[in-house]
Write a protein that binds this ligand. Sequence first.
Ligand code: ZN
Length: 256
Amino acid sequence: MVLSAMPMGEYDKRLTILTVERGKISVFARGARKPTSSLLACSQPFTFGEFTTYAGRNSYTVTNAQVANYFQGMRDDLTKMYLGMYFCEFADYYTREGNDEREVLKLLYQSLRALESGKYDARLVRRIFELKMISLEGEAPLVQECVCCGAKENLTHFFMRRDGVVCADCAGADLKYPKAEAVAANPFQQFPSMYQLSPSALYAMQYIVQTPSTKLFNFTLKDEALAELADVVEHYIKKHVNHEMKSLAVMEAMGM
Ligand SMILES: [Zn+2]
């Protein structure tokens, strides 16, 4: 899948492609900006298919592409397009050449399909993608049992400082407000420490962390539960991803 496409020189493009075989690679598409080029259509973000390349000294050059899905529906809607570009940027940030990135590729593909279909609230697709992505990178929150006492029942809150859920008893203990000196030592302490989770928001988090990407998109959430999930995931991502996504800044500037 093409994650990004940058113009190069007069007629060329440099593509970043997430592949099954080689992880994330950088590829030249010579002449891809000429209107008559056979590479014109495939040299755009979200293009999914089979790319034939040859390896040069420093990079690959694409010679041919069999496109399976252009995700055309993404390009006709600004919200979908920017969100899709954000997913691609997120995937770009976490992937490397030579790594096995198949799980990220699957997640990206399924997320773009869910977004394009219009069957799911775009806000839900975004939070599912983010939480699953960070889970694939080995930073999943602990959502099956209380991070304080290990209880598996009556899980009512997300405890941001401990990266996991807590039971009602532990949430009620004196954990609610970080001390001023703790905030000074670590700016992330400014985030609220405890987030209330309704049963459906909790179940959604458990489901996202545990379920393979191919089966992720088959549920919806009511607005209140979605707001809870969005709040927790947004702050969890801010806490764990030390990188500013350009596409996210654009979305925020546009009020999306
Ligand atoms: Zn507990």
